[in-house]
Design a protein. Structure first.
Length: 87
């Protein structure tokens, strides 16, 4: 339940359980914020990496590779919120 590392980004669990819709199909044509589930345009999306170990978000590329569950699109405002929550 806490780890979904399967190569491709999946649906994070834990505190993001309310987010929905970011599956393989929606990723093709539309993006959805992992945080609030809102639709995003490509140019509105910010990609953050989620650590499977700590459940914390990192700017893309800054999460230790062995912990990363992959990158997920979030809205710019949500990205700020998520990164602020990360100590
Ligand atoms: Zn959002």
């Amino acid at each position: 339940m806490t780890k979904r590392a399967q190569g491709a980004p999946g649906k994070p669990s834990g505190r993001l359980g309310k987010a929905k819709g970011a599956d393989a199909i929606t990723r093709k044509l539309e993006l959805r914020c992992e945080h609030c589930g809102k639709k995003l345009r490509q140019d509105q999306a910010v990609y953050l990496e989620l650590s499977a170990k700590t459940n914390q978000w990192y700017p893309e590329g800054e999460c230790p590779a062995e912990e990363s569950q992959g990158s997920f699109p979030v809205g710019k405002t949500c990205a700020k919120t998520l990164l602020r929550e990360t100590p």
